[in-house]
Design a protein around this ligand. Structure first.
Ligand SMILES: *[C@@H]1O[C@H](CO)[C@@H](O)[C@H](O)[C@H]1NC(C)=O
Ligand SMILES: *[C@@H]1O[C@H](CO)[C@@H](O)[C@H](O)[C@H]1NC(C)=O
Ligand SMILES: [Zn+2]
Length: 407
C-alpha cells in the first residue's frame, strides 16, 4: 500500500507524503475488542505502529485521509475507546527534516542527531583505526541493494570470552534503535570507565540490520518498515517475520503489501540470512538483544505461539524486572515485562525466536524503546540522549548479571 504512494526518489525528504495522515490511539478493554483490532491489523490500509498487546496498553494506528472516516465509524460502532494522537503526520516529519538539514558536519559521533547508514559504518571504521587493540570491525555481507553490513566486536585480552550480541535497525523507521546501538558501542569503546564490562564478556553489535529500508526512510518514505527486495505488487519483507523458526505460523502475513509480510520463504531476505550466518559463526554467544521501538516493552521468547515460554523464563523475567527497576529510577520510564505472547499477540519468524530456538542462545530479549506521543517514530533528536542514557543503565545491569552467570 504505502509503496504505491511513492512519487519521486531522490533528495532528502522527497517522496511519500503523509499530509493529512492521522494517528489514533486505540485502547481495547476486552479480548473481544482486541479481536476487532486484529481484524483491522490484517487490513493493509491501516499501519499499526505498535503490536496489539494483551496488557491494556493502547495501540497506535496510522490512517490515510481516505480511510479515516471508515476507521472512526468502525471504532464507534464497536464502542472501542480511541483518541487522536497525531493530527498530521507530515508535520512531525517536516520538523524532523528541518532539523537534519540544519545539522552540523562534525566528524565524530554525536547523539543529538540520527546518522545515515554510511555515517554509521564510518564511525565503526574510525573506532577500528583508533582502538585497534579493542575493536574489530568486519563485514557480514551486503544488503539486497548492495549496502555493506558491518559488525563490531569489542574485546579485551587475547582469548575470546562469552559474547553479548546486540542487534539493531531491523525495522527501518525505528531510528532510535541504531542510535542506541551506537551509544552502546560508544560507551564500551570510548568511555574507559566502562572497561569492567569487558572483563568477562565480549560484545558484538550489529547496528544496521536493514540498511536499504533505513536509507529509504531518509530519502523517500519516513514510515517504511520492511526491507527493499522487490515484489509483484509491493516491495519489501518484514525482516522480523522472515526468520526460519516456526516461520509463517501465527501473526505473520502472506500478503506482499502487508507490513508484516513474512516473505516468499523463510530467510528469503539476505539481511536475515546475514544475521543468521553471523550468529552461527560466532562462538559462545550467551545473550542476544534485539532493539526496536516503540512502546516500552521488554520481553523474551517465544513469539511464535501463545503460552510458550523457555525453561529459563523465570530467570529471564527476574532479570528483566531488575533492568526495569534501574531504568525507571532514572526518570520514571516503565517497561512492561513478560514473555512475548504474554504481552503481545503471536508473531512467528522473529529474530528473538531464531536466536533462542535456532541459534541456541539462552538469554534473549526484545526491547521496545520509548517513543510514541506526538512524535511516534520521530523521536526528536533531543530525546536520543536521554533515552540512550537510561536504557544503557539497564543494559549494564543485564551485562553484569550475564557475566556472573557465564563465569
Ligand atoms: C548488487 O551487486 C551485484 C554484483 O555486482 C549485482 O549483480 C546486482 O545487480 C546488484 N544489486 C542491486 C540491487 O543493485
Ligand atoms: C523526564 O521525564 C519527563 C516527563 O516525562 C520529561 O519531560 C523529561 O524530558 C524527562 N527527562 C529526561 C532527562 O529524560
Ligand atoms: Zn520493530
Amino acid at each position: 500500500m504505502l509503496a504505491s504512494f511513492v512519487v519521486v526518489l531522490g533528495l532528502l525528504g522527497t517522496g511519500t507524503t503523509y499530509d493529512g495522515y492521522k494517528v489514533y490511539k486505540i485502547s481495547a478493554k476486552t479480548e473481544s475488542e482486541n479481536v476487532f483490532l486484529r481484524h483491522l491489523e490484517s487490513d493493509p490500509r491501516y499501519d499499526f505502529w505498535s503490536r496489539i498487546n494483551k496488557v491494556g496498553k493502547p495501540v497506535t494506528v496510522m490512517a490515510s485521509p481516505e480511510v479515516q472516516n471508515e476507521l472512526e465509524q468502525y471504532l464507534l460502532s464497536h464502542k472501542i475507546d480511541h483518541s487522536l494522537e497525531i493530527d498530521n503526520v507530515q508535520r512531525t516529519i517536516d520538523a524532523e527534516r528541518r532539523y537534519h538539514e540544519s545539522r552540523g558536519t562534525n566528524g565524530r559521533i554525536s547523539f543529538n542527531q540520527y546518522l545515515r547508514h554510511d555515517e554509521i559504518n564510518s564511525y565503526l571504521d574510525q573506532l577500528a583505526s583508533d582502538y585497534p587493540d579493542l575493536v574489530t570491525v568486519s563485514t557480514i555481507g551486503q544488503s539486497y541493494e548492495n549496502r555493506t553490513m558491518k559488525i563490531i566486536r569489542i574485546s579485551t585480552g587475547t582469548a575470546p570470552k562469552p559474547v553479548f550480541f546486540v542487534e539493531a535497525g531491523m525495522h527501518a523507521r525505528e531510528w532510535i534503535s541504531p542510535a542506541l546501538s551506537l551509544y552502546i558501542i560508544n560507551q564500551l569503546v570510548e568511555n574507559p570507565g566502562n572497561r569492567g564490562l569487558l572483563e568477562d564478556l565480549d560484545w558484538v553489535v550489529l547496528p544496521s540490520l536493514n540498511p536499504d529500508g533505513y536509507e529509504f526512510t531518509w530519502t523517500s518514505n519516513r514510515m517504511w518498515r520492511k526491507t527493499r527486495s522487490p515484489g509483484v505488487m509491493c516491495s519489501g519483507t518484514d525482516g522480523n517475520r522472515n526468520f526460519g523458526f516456526h516461520w509463517m505460523e501465527n501473526g505473520a502475513s502472506d500478503l506482499e503489501c502487508s507490513d508484516t509480510y513474512a516473505g516468499k520463504e523463510a530467510f528469503s531476505e539476505v539481511e536475515a540470512r546475514n544475521l543468521r550466518d553471523i550468529l552461527d559463526a560466532t562462538d559462545n554467544i550467551v545473550a542476544f538483544i534485539s532493539i526496536h521501538s516503540y512502546g516500552q516493552y521488554l520481553f523474551y521468547p517465544y513469539s511464535y505461539d501463545v503460552g510458550l515460554k523457555p525453561d529459563n523464563w523465570q530467570e529471564l523475567d527476574d532479570l528483566a524486572h531488575k533492568v526495569n527497576d534501574v531504568i525507571s529510577a532514572i526518570n520514571g520510564t516503565e517497561y512492561t515485562i513478560g514473555s512475548s505472547t504474554e504481552v503481545m499477540y503471536p508473531a512467528a519468524g522473529c529474530s528473538d525466536d531464531w536466536a533462542m530456538g535456532g541459534a541456541g542462545i539462552d538469554i534473549v530479549y526484545v526491547y521496545e524503546l520509548p517513543g510514541g506521543g506526538k512524535e511516534g517514530f520521530d523521536l526528536p533528536p533531543e530525546r536520543i540522549l536521554p533515552v540512550c542514557i537510561e536504557t544503557w543503565e539497564g543494559i549494564k545491569v543485564m551485562a553484569d548479571s550475564i557475566a556472573q552467570d557465564a563465569k
